[in-house]
Design a binder for this molecule. Sequence first.
Ligand SMILES: [Zn+2]
Length: 87
Amino acid sequence: MHEASLMKDLMRKIEGVAREQNASRVLGISVRLGALSHMSASHFREHFAVASRGSVAEGARLRIEVLSDMNDPHALEILLENVEIAE
Ligand SMILES: [Zn+2]
């Protein structure tokens, strides 16, 4: 449930960036996985593949950093660091 809402939120952010920039495709994204988000990099890849299917971000290259600081105020979140687009 938590994971589903994280992925939904992330896709909404990515699609928002793509729309703002009039992007036809998202080529890559960089994310940071909070220590308490319960997402490993490989688990994130699986979720992203499903969540992005049929969207502008399908097939995007993923750069994933897994954070270990449980006291970070964003430890529960997936942080979208960068979106690389094609015009
Ligand atoms: Zn999962």
